[in-house]
Ligand binder design. Sequence first.
Ligand SMILES: [Zn+2]
Length: 197
Amino acid sequence: MIQADLHIHTIYSADSLIQPKTLIDMLSAHSYIKVAAITDHDSVRGCRATVELAKAYPDILIIPGVEISTTQGDMIVLGTYELPPKPWTPQAVADFAKTIGGVSIVAHPYRLYGMHDYARNVKVDAIEVLNGGSTKEANQEAKMLAKSMGLPGTAGSDAHQVSELLSVFTQIDADLNVDSVLSAIRRGAVSAKATLL
Ligand SMILES: [Zn+2]
């Protein structure tokens, strides 16, 4: 069982202050969250650098990803070092994820820049049911959406500053490598949890 924060912004997002090295240090020091996904806004520039930095730490894993501003709201793609081709319609982005062997996740559906009920029309792999920046109500609504669509629910802090990192996590029945994590998300071997303080 591994614990992962699946939604993190680094300085490669215009609105984030988090340095990749700071994230690595926090994962290294954390007692159980050892996995994190880099999901900058419409950019994959932080992925390779962060994955490289993590190589010095055998007990932590960085998953390369991106948060795409689709035409209907935000969608996370995990398992990519590249941007999907435009136009960024939700289904085209989800299809891109599938083609490359990645995972598509509707981010914070019931918030600003969320897809809201439009998400029901998109064939995605999962719904983000616990977002560290969303209200309890918005997360609850996302959970209901995932349930009614029969999709797995993931958790991510959506951190833009260091104090927001690792506030929530996804418990995943997987080994400590990217392919194992992605396939566990696809088959729903995940549960969303808030960090115990
Ligand atoms: Zn985000």
